[in-house]
Design a protein around this ligand. Structure first.
Ligand code: PLP
Length: 342
């Protein structure tokens, strides 16, 4: 295997040894298959290609100081992808098959799990697509569930630094009772124009408002949002938000630290009274926010006065990273340990 410069890896795709697949056909899931092919043989009339029957997940495996590989909260991803499947009328992958396949994908590619201390990790990407050939709009009868893995570099290459985000009302990511609560590829397609616009203007992400009334905070790009207000951890509650496993974990850790947690509607104007804010998700754990600019009203909410990440955000970030790496005791049983003879 080639030498990999782990610390300078980006968030991109790198070929690994194998990917793992399972097909739903004739009313049942088949055997788990292992392949070194990076390609899928797909019918040109497959529902995934025409009508967006595509769902996915994202989770990570880490190598600890003890050399062991830990996969973070895979049961949560198993449950969530099953919910996404039901949401857009696809066939849910059973939790035991999901678990077996994730573990297998990591075992077969163990040499790509970056070393402890590099800041890098193995990104695990499960996806499911509708495969049957049809041109009428109805759910597929055949599905492919596939897991690929690829090593990814540390998210914060220049250190754990806050960035600026913006509020814009020109685009919605999802509809009020739409597919926002599920991890559907189409939600990402719908967010591209807004995301690119924000990047052009120098912002790291868009802080979306609720798509119905445009009064409450929703998601922050492809991540959840949380803030610290009066010493409490507050995070938006909305039907259009994807339930982030990172956010759920941070809420638990906050409670463990004695910090009160509120999951509720948050008015945009409340941003004037927050002392810290961050976007959260698997990619970064927590990405601190310096300033939030409302592009339509011109109001600027300065969250970090000194340009530094807030103390609670930093503490939560370190604690979650610690659990993932095995440096902090895993009191909630979040990690699946994979033993491999390398
Ligand atoms: C995946 C995703 C997140 C983050 O979820 P995690 O489980 O924490 O990685 C947040 N918002 C959206 C829209 C997502 O697709």
């Amino acid at each position: 295997m080639q030498e990999i410069d782990w610390a300078n890896l980006g968030f991109g795709y790198m070929k690994t040894n194998y990917n793992v697949r399972c097909t739903f056909k004739d009313g049942k899931w088949g055997e788990i298959e292992v392949t070194d092919s990076e390609y899928i043989n797909i019918h040109m009339a497959a529902t995934a290609l025409h009508y967006g029957q595509e769902i996915f997940e994202g989770l990570k495996a880490f190598r600890g100081k003890d050399g062991k590989i830990r996969i973070f909260r895979l049961e949560e991803n198993a449950r969530r992808i099953a919910e996404s499947a039901k949401g857009i009328k696809m066939e849910p992958i059973p939790e035991d098959i999901f678990r077996k396949m994730v573990v297998k994908a990591v075992e077969l590619n163990a040499e790509f799990v970056p070393p402890y201390g590099s800041g890098a990790s193995l990104y695990i990407r499960p996806l499911e697509i509708g495969m049957s050939a049809q041109v009428g709009v109805k759910p597929s009868t055949e599905y492919l569930f596939l897991i690929l893995v690829t090593p990814v570099g540390p998210y914060f290459k220049e250190g754990f630094r806050p960035t600026n985000i913006c509020v814009m009302r020109e685009f919605d990511r999802v509809a009020p009772k739409g597919t926002g609560r599920w991890k559907v590829g189409g939600n990402y397609a719908a967010s591209m124009a807004a995301g690119e616009r924000a990047h052009e203007l120098g912002y790291s992400a868009v802080l979306y408002l609720d798509p119905k009334e445009k009064k409450y905070l929703d998601e922050c790009g492809p991540a959840n949002f949380f803030a610290i207000k009066d010493g409490k951890y507050i995070t938006p509650d909305s039907e259009s938000i994807l339930p982030s496993i990172t956010n759920k974990s941070l809420m638990q850790l906050a409670e463990d630290m004695g910090i009160e947690v509120e999951r509720r509607h948050i008015l945009l104007e409340e941003l004037a009274d927050i002392t810290e804010a961050a976007a959260c998700g698997t990619a970064a754990v927590a990405s601190p926010v310096a300033e939030i600019d409302d592009l339509d009203t011109g109001v600027k909410y300065v969250v970090s006065k000194d340009g530094e990440p807030g103390p609670i955000t930093t503490k939560l970030y370190n604690q979650l990273r610690g659990v993932q790496l095995g440096d902090v005791e895993d009191i909630h049983g979040w990690n699946t340990i994979v033993e491999v003879n390398e």
